[in-house]
Design a protein around this ligand. Structure first.
Ligand SMILES: Nc1nc2c(c(=O)[nH]1)N[C@H]1C(S)=C(S)[C@@H](COP(=O)(O)OP(=O)(O)OC[C@H]3O[C@@H](n4cnc5c(N)ncnc54)[C@H](O)[C@@H]3O)O[C@H]1N2
Ligand code: MOO
Ligand SMILES: [Mg+2]
Length: 420
């Protein structure tokens, strides 16, 4: 008789995995190599921005008080006493009816409190001297970007755990961080199991298939911010598989296997977990696909036994592995982003268990839409190429009609949420 497994509800299974949440280590990388990493410490401002009063326009810096009488019928003249471009510091302090020709980004000279743009000034040459005339009044502070008006020094600007995007990178450079403390990528080991598996470069043989899951999982690990270590594929042979898996555990932060977790005669993972004395957190989840997903713990290390069926393997990774990798990286919203979406097609299948349909999410006319990505079968691989989200259909529901509002999980969105 086949062993009877008790299915655990998905949310409980995720919670069991998340009991093992912990932040990983940190490392220092150069600013050139920090893209897509997460900050291990908050980003503090090391200087005010701007760090000097500057001009936002090309024009003339002057004293606004000298323009009080200026009008269309009463132009006021200023003598140009200096010429500064960005990067040059003005030397002259402006006196009455003097102006400095100033370019965008240049420091405002002492004495000046406003900048008149070129467009409102007429330039005059007289006796070898340069003047401008101005026909309107200016206010104090007009067209001056004040020192520290954007942000002051010593402020926490970006929280630790934040993803380094191009904007964060601009800040790292702004504040002189040539090196950055980032979270270490979790090292995630992978074994593909199954005597039917061929390498990618092999010709197909009768009864055999190419090992696609290992490559898919490596890619999922990278998308989740981890560092995949592929240990190869294992034949369905207990002793050699056990040895290979046992030896790999110390080399990784997390271990993933694909295949061999069900009840078949050559499904060896249950026996391997027993031989390892690993504690089974669950070996059946009330969901489709991926019902056979098994997670065990060896001390504080998690071993993920994902299904061999490609779609089940994919879903198992996103639901159970990705969130814990996110906590290792200090993402404080580690669980998949969830929203509502309008179903674009009929989905007539009943759902005895929670079903995660591989879907294509889009936003049209301000509304989120989801359509099934292809054949909805656990053993299907082709629909995965188009999948950017998972439709969540609760267990105990019947089919859904086009136009129904359903929950969806976003896979391309790295900032998720705190609960499932
Ligand atoms: N009597 C029962 N049979 C099955 C049950 C069950 O409850 N009772 N569960 C079914 C479900 S659901 C799934 S899902 C699969 C899970 O099987 P395993 O996780 O044990 O995986 P395998 O048996 O090793 O392989 C299943 C399938 O996937 C293919 N595969 C495996 N590895 C890869 C790979 N690296 N790349 C691509 N494809 C792979 C493999 O060739 C098989 O076709 O069990 C059902 N059976
Ligand atoms: O684990 Mo199986 O994929 O439920 O479909
Ligand atoms: Mg099997």
């Amino acid at each position: 008789m086949v062993e009877k497994r008790k299915p655990m509800p998905v949310d409980q299974a995720i919670a069991k995995v998340m009991e093992f949440r912990k932040a990983g280590g940190t490392e220092v990388v150069s600013i050139d190599r920090c893209d897509g990493r997460r900050l291990a410490e908050p980003l503090y401002t090391t200087n005010p921005v701007p760090s000097f009063n500057k001009s936002p326009y090309d024009g003339f810096a002057l004293r606004s008080c000298d323009t009080e009488q200026a009008s269309r019928n009463n132009p006021v003249e200023f003598e140009i006493v200096e010429h500064v471009g960005a990067g040059h510091v003005p030397e002259k302090k402006l006196e009455e009816y003097q102006a400095t020709r100033i370019m965008t980004g240049a420091q405002i000279p002492d004495g000046a409190d406003c900048v008149a743009m070129f467009e409102i000034c007429s330039e005059i040459k007289r006796n070898g001297k340069d003047f401008i005339s101005l026909k309107r009044t200016m206010e104090s502070g007009q067209n001056v970007v004040k020192k520290a008006s954007e942000i002051g020094e010593g402020k926490e600007l970006v929280r630790k755990g934040s993803l380094i995007n191009p904007g964060v990178k601009a800040l790292l450079a702004t504040f002189g961080y040539q090196t950055v403390h980032v979270m270490k990528k979790p090292i995630v080991g992978i074994f593909a199991t199954g005597s039917e598996l061929l390498d990618v470069d092999a010709e197909l043989e009768p009864g055999k298939i190419r090992n696609s899951n290992a490559y898919m999982i490596m890619s999922q690990i990278k998308r989740a911010g981890g560092d995949p270590h592929y240990f190869g594929k294992l034949d369905d042979e207990l002793e050699s598989s056990f040895q290979a898996i046992a030896e790999s555990i110390d080399k990784v932060d997390f271990l993933i296997t694909t295949g061999g977790v069900s009840v078949g005669d050559f499904d060896l993972m249950p026996a391997i977990y027993e031989k390892l004395h690993a504690t089974v957190l669950f070996n059946k989840v009330a969901m489709r696909p991926g019902s056979v997903t098994t997670v065990t713990a060896l001390q504080d290390k998690l071993l993920f036994g994902l299904s061999g069926n490609p779609s089940a393997c994919y879903v198992g990774f996103e639901l159970f592995v990705r969130p814990i990798l996110q906590t290792f990286l200090m993402n404080d919203t580690p669980l998949l982003k969830r929203s509502k979406a309008i179903l674009t097609d009929d989905f007539p299948k009943p759902n005895p268990f929670t079903r995660f349909v591989r879907g294509i999410l889009s936003i049209e006319d301000g509304q989120v839409r989801v359509s099934p990505a292809g054949i909805d079968k656990s053993n299907v691989v082709t629909s995965l190429a188009f999948t950017n989200g998972l439709m969540v259909l609760p267990g105990g529901t019947r089919g859904y009609n086009k136009g129904a509002i359903v929950d969806v999980l976003w896979l391309d969105q790295m900032e998720g949420q705190t609960t499932f």
